[in-house]
Design a protein around this ligand. Structure first.
Ligand code: UDP
Length: 452
């Protein structure tokens, strides 16, 4: 560990699990390079400060009502948070900057926040503070999703059913049916396009973009980035595989009994199932997944978040005796440890970018069941480009699930997929090692922050 250089970096994550994890991991990386760390966060989905005793945590009010925190409409939540948090952030920064330069406060060098915060550039400018934007998406998605308003204006929707499987030349390798889901229904069009426009406008003047991906996964889109952005881009690789001490940033308590349970299973015999922190499913979809898993006769470890089955508290609709010694269902898993466990042989996933990266980094082949947003693109890369998984094409039916799991876990096709994911794992892991592309970008980022 290097000596603290008294330079303080302020990080302001968007309060979603998929954004908190990479941001706190980035904080750990910067801390290991000698920076002091302050995390400003909302009351909503506040990270557990006790898990990170070496950072300073400052909470700001976010103005969300109880029912707004429970909403399943993430776009609405993000819009409200952006409307409510500007003044609280400004006040918090004012206090911090007053204390800066002291022995305790350190010199504040920059603000790092998510692309989804759309008021922070003007706040940072008013304090003369350089701002870096963190991109927690695959870079292809980040670059292309900013084109959605333009595609809508140009009349992309509607298209005839016969074209649903056609690819979208400007959003490769998405199919038209995927892009239609990303663009949302008529009611969502205006708020979404408005939000995306603001993201573009508030990202362009930033000092740089820190991307949670690497050249090995995002070469094409990175080489095109100069067409949109003139600032430096730092694809520093999957943040959790950098050489820093690991600790949890989970908003929910991971059920540690997963690991002793996995210890009792054969190598690569268990299919791990998780749809991340936001996706919800209907009760009939839940039962189709359950029956599909059961019919494989293989072991499964399944994360079912309380409230993620619509209209139900948890798993009470499962028939009694369902598990029959084959499966284990938990409310939240220590996912990194589960994926790294020798018993885990496959991952049925919604393809959130963190989950996708984590699976690649452990060489675990996937079954893709994307629901919304960037998950649809990540899933296409998994199945069509890297060929490290099987796409369910949205068919949440017991036979389809049984078939996909069996193909991946038992049949020779699964072995070929596993070989490919292992090759990709090695490339991505090499990128963060000394001399690798991600490691070099990280050094450049550290030099840049130090230079302010
Ligand atoms: N995660 C976890 N335990 C679980 C399920 C998910 O720790 O039971 C973590 C996972 O490792 C990942 C994050 O939650 O880092 C989910 O992020 P992702 O981008 O995959 O999906 P999102 O939740 O944003 O849809």
């Amino acid at each position: 560990m290097e000596k603290r250089n008294k330079t303080r970096v302020i990080l302001f994550p968007l309060p979603l699990q998929g954004c908190i994890n990479p941001m706190l991991q980035l904080a750990k990386i910067l801390f290991s390079r000698g920076f002091s760390i302050t995390i400003i966060h909302t009351l909503f989905n506040a990270p557990k400060s006790s898990d990170h005793p070496l950072f300073t945590f400052l909470q700001i009010p976010d103005g969300l009502s109880e029912s707004q925190t429970q909403s399943r409409d993430v776009l609405l939540q993000l819009t409200l948070l952006n409307n409510n948090c500007e003044n609280p952030l400004r006040e918090c920064l004012t206090k911090l900057i007053k204390g800066s330069g002291t022995e305790e406060g350190g010199e504040i060098s920059c603000l790092i926040d998510d692309s989804g915060w759309v008021f922070t550039q003007s706040v940072a400018d008013s304090f003369n503070l350089p701002r870096f934007v963190l991109c927690a998406y695959k870079f292809t998605f980040f670059l292309r999703h900013l084109l959605v308003p333009q595609l809508r204006r140009e009349g992309f929707l509607p298209f005839p059913d016969s074209e649903a499987e056609d690819s979208v030349p400007t959003f490769q390798p998405l199919r038209k049916k995927d892009l239609a889901r990303i663009m949302g229904n008529k009611d969502q069009a205006e708020p979404l396009d408005d939000y995306l426009f603001k993201i573009l406008e508030t990202t362009k003047p930033a000092s740089g973009l820190i991307v949670m991906s690497c050249e090995e996964l995002d070469r094409d889109s990175l080489s095109e980035s100069h067409k949109v952005f003139t600032f430096p881009i730092y694809p520093i690789g999957p943040p959790h595989i950098h050489d820093v001490p690991a600790s949890s940033s989970s908003l929910f308590e991971p059920d540690q009994s997963c690991i002793p349970w996995l210890n009792t299973r054969e190598t690569r015999s268990v299919i791990y199932v998780s749809l991340g922190s936001i996706v919800t499913i209907t009760e009939s979809q839940f039962l189709e997944i359950a029956c599909g898993l059961r019919q494989t006769n293989l072991s499964f470890l399944w994360v079912v978040r309380p409230g993620s089955v619509q209209g139900r508290d948890w798993i009470e609709s499962l028939p009694s005796g369902f598990m029959d010694g084959k499966g284990k269902i938990v409310k939240w898993a220590p996912q990194l440890d589960v994926l790294a466990h020798r018993a885990t042989g496959g991952f049925l996933t919604h393809n959130g970018w963190n989950s996708t990266l984590e699976s690649i980094c452990e060489g675990v082949p996937m079954i893709s069941l994307p629901f919304v947003w960037d998950q649809l693109l990540n899933a296409r890369f998994v199945s069509d480009v890297w060929r490290i998984g099987i796409h369910l094409e949205g068919r949440i039916e017991r036979r389809e699930i049984e078939r996909a799991v069996t193909r991946l876990m038992v049949e020779p096709e699964g072995e070929e997929i596993r070989e490919r994911v292992n090759v990709l794992r090695d490339e991505v892991r090499r990128s963060v090692q000394r001399g690798g592309s991600s490691s070099r970008y990280l050094d450049e980022l550290v030099d840049r922050i130090t230079s302010f």
